[in-house]
Design a protein around this ligand. Structure first.
Ligand SMILES: [Zn+2]
Length: 241
């Protein structure tokens, strides 16, 4: 009630068009919400790996399925950048809302739900700087929406670990291994069933590819990948957040 009164007195601005938003609790006006670009989850049967444009852009991604809101394009690119780089919580709140809607649409369409959720861990220095891991917050949305456990299955390898003592070939191999399995779950991976792995954006797919390989080498089945946006092959130019 109080929130509604406050909203009537001081409506917030739409993240996309900057006009006042008429519904309390919404970050984007109803016109912009209806005009949002994105993938149609029913059209692609809950798996973007069916789409040739996605397959061509991410040829090394060995996963069971891939689900995402959209290509990395307006307004998602702006909102993601505002959330991650400017710590604009309103943008993050809107993205989490969109991700929840996607999870609800996926479930309503009857596509197979995973048995547990995990996320791409963030390097500790970046976490200290940013104060949150957006991949973890997105994973929590899936876990809460489907009432499925979220487990920290992956850990970042400690960077610079005895690098100076390694030969060149060993160093290259070591630098390629971004992740290791969390020792707590190492013996249980085969019993966990299907895992949904969450990250915010897929650019080249190399981070998710390494995370998938780490899980599968530990005995996990091919995973579901969930992400906010995918960078198309011909749009991978310039800097990304
Ligand atoms: Zn708008």
């Amino acid at each position: 009630m109080l929130q509604t009164i406050l909203h009537q007195l001081m409506p917030n601005r739409c993240l996309w068009c900057d006009l006042p938003v008429h519904q309390a609790g919404q970050q984007v006006c109803s016109c912009c919400q209806q005009a949002l670009p994105g993938f149609d989850i029913v059209f692609y049967q809950g798996n973007l790996l069916w789409l040739p444009a996605v397959q061509q852009g991410l040829p090394k991604l060995h996963a069971e399925r891939l689900v995402s809101l959209s290509w990395y394009q307006p307004p998602y690119d702006y909102a993601i950048s505002q959330w991650k780089l400017q710590q604009q919580l309103a943008a993050g709140h809107w993205l989490l809302q969109q991700f929840r809607l996607l999870a609800q649409q996926y479930q309503a369409a009857g596509f197979p739900l995973p048995d547990c959720i995990c996320y791409i861990p963030m390097p500790p220095w970046r976490y200290l700087k940013r104060g949150f891991n957006q991949a973890r917050l997105l994973a929590e949305v899936l876990a809460k929406t489907w009432q499925i456990p979220m487990l920290p299955l992956l850990q970042r390898q400690r960077s610079g670990q005895h690098q100076r003592l390694l030969k060149r070939s060993q160093r290259q191999h070591n630098s390629r291994q971004l992740f290791q399995l969390n020792a707590v779950f190492r013996m249980q991976l085969k019993q966990l069933g299907q895992i949904a792995l969450v990250d915010d954006v897929i650019t080249t797919g190399s981070t998710l590819q390494q995370a998938c390989r780490c899980l599968q080498q530990g005995g996990a089945k091919p995973v579901q990948l969930w992400t906010l946006a995918i960078t198309a092959k011909d749009r991978r130019q310039g800097s990304l957040p």
